[in-house]
Design a protein around this ligand. Structure first.
Ligand code: SAH
Ligand code: SF4
Length: 351
């Protein structure tokens, strides 16, 4: 590949129009190319049939659409969950997961190779940080995943490897592409960005006007406990995050999802339940209870090695007590455990 070629995949319609006009092309060509790459999912300019052969060759000379290559696909015996392994042009590996659930088909996308935040319960955290994905690499996970399945992907969650709000620019650019009227894929209402909590970025996202949903990885209502399992809490406290989440919820008119991985003896006690009930009353929200998925395959050390899942019966009881307090609770089951595709299990061994 000619490395001087400009990457088009990942550009918004506006950016594409600017690029084409600056390059001496007519503006409407941008909408045509936008449609071909994001809706028809073509990977070569030569397949863009309403564009003349000469122009296609010119585009091919200057630009590229190449971002990810699918290198492996594993299907879980349990429930048809699929884990896709992609390779970036610069030789990194990332994973996306397709989860069938109750008539929906949810795609979980990655935003970084690895993650710098080192949460103690997360396999991606253990592998460390390698790089931010480009907006093209984020969006291409959707395009390529859709080509792997017969039914349309109905929902997207930014819950794969990485922290989306650290890779803020590219996350927002990928959301903008979904939001574009010309994109026939998925509406922002069906897209959830999950964050471990970076208050100023949560506000910035609310201010973009992109009405996606936001999930916040809560995991404990107590600052000291949260800090012990999520070091980022020392920099951005729960208190500051809650203010930012309130802002997001009011500005976008959406409910915040609190993600809560059940850890035995750490966040499943009576006082945790009471604190969570109180916290939920203060903000338009629902709770997503997640059984802790083992990260033993990463050979963890320190506190990570000591973490135990809350037993299933205790998880159900915890969820029931929240429901008794009129809180909306989702209990996520562990999908794709046999292929290490469940939450927090994404860690690449290829590199
Ligand atoms: N970095 C973002 C998004 C990716 S993690 C975030 O932290 O929110 C997606 C979700 O998986 C988060 O809620 C995270 O807390 C959860 N998770 C991480 N490790 C897990 C594990 N071992 N078991 C269950 N859920 C886990
Ligand atoms: Fe990063 Fe999210 Fe894993 Fe924490 S839970 S290490 S923020 S990917």
């Amino acid at each position: 590949m000619n490395s001087k070629k400009t990457q088009l995949k990942g550009l918004t319609l506006h950016e594409l129009e600017e690029l084409f006009v600056d390059g001496g092309l007519e503006k409407y060509r941008a909408a045509q190319v936008f449609n071909w790459m994001y809706n028809h999912k073509v990977t070569s300019f030569h397949d863009m049939q309403n564009i003349s052969k000469t122009l296609r060759a010119e585009l091919d000379d200057k630009y590229t659409l190449l971002t990810l290559e699918k290198v492996r696909e594993q299907i879980s015996q349990e429930n048809e969950t699929r884990k896709l392994l992609f390779k970036t042009v610069d030789g990194h590996y990332i994973e996306s997961v397709i989860i069938p659930d109750d008539g929906r088909l949810t795609l979980c996308v990655s935003t970084q190779v690895g993650c710098p935040l080192d949460c103690k319960f997360c396999a991606t955290g253990v592998m460390g940080y390698k790089k931010n994905l480009t907006s093209g690499e984020i969006f291409d996970q959707y395009l390529l995943a859709q080509l792997s399945v017969t039914f349309p992907i109905s929902n997207i969650v930014y819950m794969g490897m990485g922290e989306p709000l650290i890779n803020y620019e590219n996350t927002v650019r990928s959301l903008s592409i979904f939001s574009e009227e010309l994109t026939t894929g998925i509406s922002l209402k069906k897209i959830t960005v999950s964050t471990s909590g970076i208050p100023h970025k949560i506000r910035e996202l609310a201010d973009t006007g992109l009405k996606c949903k936001l999930a916040f990885s809560l995991h404990s209502c107590f600052e000291d406990i949260r800090s012990s399992i999520m070091p980022i809490n020392e920099k951005y406290s729960l208190k500051d995050n809650l203010k930012a989440l309130q802002y997001f919820s009011q500005k976008t008119g959406t409910r915040i999802t609190f993600e809560y991985v059940m850890l035995k003896g750490i966040n499943d006690r009576k006082e945790d339940l009471e604190a969570l009930k109180k916290l939920c009353k203060g903000i338009s929200s629902k709770v997503n209870i997640i059984p802790f998925n083992s990260v033993a395959h990463t050979n963890p050390e320190g506190i990570s090695a000591e973490l135990q899942p809350t037993p299933l019966h205790a998880i159900h009881a915890f969820a029931d007590r929240l429901r008794d307090a009129n809180i909306t609770v989702l209990l996520r089951d562990t999908r794709g455990n046999d292929i290490a595709a469940a939450c927090g299990q994404l860690a690449i061994t290829e590199q």
